[in-house]
Ligand binder design. Sequence first.
Ligand code: CA
Length: 219
Amino acid sequence: MPRVLVAEDDARLAGMLTELLTSEGYEVVVATDGQRALHLGLTEEVDVLILDRGLPILDGLDVLGRLRDNGVTVPVLILSALGNAAHRVEGLDGGAEDYLAKPFDIDELLARLRVLRRRGASTTPAVRFPGGMLEVGNRTVVTSRGDRVVLSERESALLEQLARRPTQVFSRAVLLDTVFADADDPGVVDTYVHHLRKKFGRDLIETVRGLGYRMGSLS
Ligand code: CA
């Protein structure tokens, strides 16, 4: 079931969207302020984000910027009462894939969500992290200096996992399960952490004592 995060502070609209999207087969997660939207965007696996621009605590464009800065590549559709060309450009430049002005037509919203989900599923995503990004399809790290480094399949899979959830600490057991499902020695995790650090510096992956590993930065 596709999951959609709806960030909308207007309770009536949030309720209407939840009902509509649920009836269309989506699982809906709602955030009613920007801080909550950012938190859910960083920690929940969703297929698409519907983001109201005017949100309390943290503005929709700020939420979007912080998600993109943290390497979250989920397709984003901005919903906003501000609908002129300059507003749309701001939203798209801010990292949104689409922009729909309120009031909007329900069928148009649904059609655009279908397009975004297809696009999200078919493109080769680039996962950004501090100091660089990983092009997942060709297993290549592009550094902020413009260097390109090709990774092995396992190095790439490990880096992708960490970079997609940069605030999360992953235990060896979880990484073994999700990245090295064909291996049964937890030591393989440490081996590939070592490989990546050798290529990109110690700071790339942070050791969280007693807990596991977390994404660091490329110095
Ligand atoms: Ca609003």
